[in-house]
Write a protein of this length. Structure first.
Length: 452
């Protein structure tokens, strides 16, 4: 069997490596960068810069730990070099892994020209046609740009224009208060910019637990972030001196720079979906079943192209499941993805992570749940680290004790949520967590306390 994969991001790479390990011949077509533009031009650069900002913002905490005269200054040139070094290393190690696995790498743009045929282009040249018994579409997405905005890469930026910034904005207006918007708000405020966050709803992170969102808002305001709530940007004027953002309620924001963080759109144009008979919605997302098959059974889709849950971890798992389904077949039907078990994190300060059912959703759907919350301030480790902010919340079934979900707000939330995620996936009970032994002193003791 031979599978042709279009797209070398998290979904495509995982599908390629896993399929190769299972004995499937693999051709991977990528027009840009192995590892994925979303990963190597969005995720890793942003998290690298957030780590630098976090180091700067921790100075106040350090001075309370017996350290005096702790001083740092931001060096954008060094930061840019660090971002480039990390993305280069990750990209090259991914390429070498694929080569060691026997994956054939093709540089170019893949386009379906039939149910089993992919035409490869490089610029205006056609390089040839590759045949596949199966085809995987994993072309990712790109930042959405509203009709009323025209990014120039200087004053009005998309998310990919900011890694790293050519200059540190004096005052950055962030349009969009979802995960990407709040991460950029945290990032640039940590680096020293004045930041205004334009929030179209009445609170940030509208799809997250309200208590979690409130904790983030409180921290933003403590750090001097300006929150403009209930304001929807509708027009932007940009010039040499700065940017003026007009909102639909008449309010305006004037800043030196503005950043668009208003979602993404799938890279489905020019993919040749019609030629292969693959159906897609008005937004360009490709519909798939629980095996990630499109309406054409031997053509699969994964990652942002499906529009299901736009996380690199989910895309990677989709790629893995596709490879298993290709190599092993329907015997893995019981192992299909359950998106309700996918943990997610927001790399702000405080860090936020959650998994499973949310408290508000459980109540609105009439579920009987038990919610237990423990503040990190109750743990010795938080006091030792001079950072008692945040809490752990576990949601469980009161009748059986089975863990249904949870949230973590605070340092290392993205790591700590893994315990709750494992419990949700394995259908463990709170007693299983409570009876486990945790290192002391550690923030994870809050998990045991909440379970107890």
């Amino acid at each position: 069997m031979r599978v042709v994969i279009i797209g070398g991001g998290p979904a495509g790479v995982q599908a390629a490596t896993q399929a190769a390990r299972l004995g499937v011949g693999v051709v991977l077509i990528e027009r840009d960068i192995i590892g994925g533009a979303a990963n190597l031009r969005d995720c890793l650069p942003s998290k690298t810069m957030i780590a630098t900002g976090g180091a700067l913002s921790s100075i106040d905490r350090m001075t309370g730990m017996g350290l005096a005269d702790v001083r740092f200054r931001l060096d954008l040139k060094t930061l840019a070099e660090r971002v480039a070094d990390i993305t280069t290393q990750v990209g090259e190690s991914t390429r070498q892994l694929l080569i060691r696995q026997g994956v054939e790498l093709v540089s170019g743009t893949g386009k379906l020209v039939g149910p089993h045929e992919v035409e490869v282009h490089d610029g205006g040249d056609t390089l040839g046609v590759v045949h596949g018994d199966a085809i995987v579409l994993a072309t990712g997405s790109r930042p959405r740009v509203p009709e009323w905005a025209q990014p120039d890469g200087e004053r009005l930026l998309t998310t990919r224009d900011a890694y790293p910034p050519k200059e540190l904005p004096e005052h950055l207006a962030v349009i969009g208060s979802g995960v990407t918007g709040v991460e950029f708000t945290h990032l640039f405020r940590s680096l020293g910019s004045e930041v205004t966050l334009i929030v179209s709803r009445q609170h940030v992170l509208p799809n997250k637990d309200a208590e979690v969102a409130a904790a983030l808002e409180d921290n933003f305001m403590e750090r001097g972030v300006h929150l403009l709530k209930g304001a929807r940007a509708s027009r932007i004027r940009s010039g040499r001196e700065g940017v003026e953002i007009l909102c639909d309620d008449g309010r305006t924001v004037t800043s030196s720079h503005a950043l668009l963080a208003v979602g993404s759109i799938p890279n489905s144009e020019g993919l040749g979906l019609d030629a292969a008979g693959v159906t897609y919605d008005r937004g360009g997302h490709v519909a798939v079943n629980h095996h990630c098959q499109t309406n054409v059974p031997h053509i699969y889709a994964a990652g942002d192209l499906t529009g299901l849950l736009l996380l690199a971890s989910v895309a990677s798992m989709q790629g893995r499941k596709i490879a298993e389904h290709l190599a092993i077949g329907h015997t893995v039907a019981h192992r299909h993805l359950n998106f309700a078990r996918a943990p997610s994190a927001v790399f702000t300060e405080p860090e936020i992570a959650d998994v499973g059912i949310a408290e508000a959703d459980a109540f609105s759907e009439g579920w009987k749940i038990r919610v237990t919350k423990v503040p990190f301030a109750s743990t010795a480790r938080a006091l030792i680290d001079n950072d008692p902010r945040g809490f752990v919340k576990i949601i469980s079934d009161p009748a059986t004790g089975v863990v249904l979900g949870g949230s973590v707000v605070g340092r290392n939330a993205a790591e700590l949520i893994s315990v709750i995620a494992l419990a949700v996936t394995a259908k463990l009970r709170v007693s299983d967590i409570a009876e486990s032994m945790f290192v002391h002193p550690a923030l994870a003791e809050a998990l045991a306390e909440a379970a107890e």
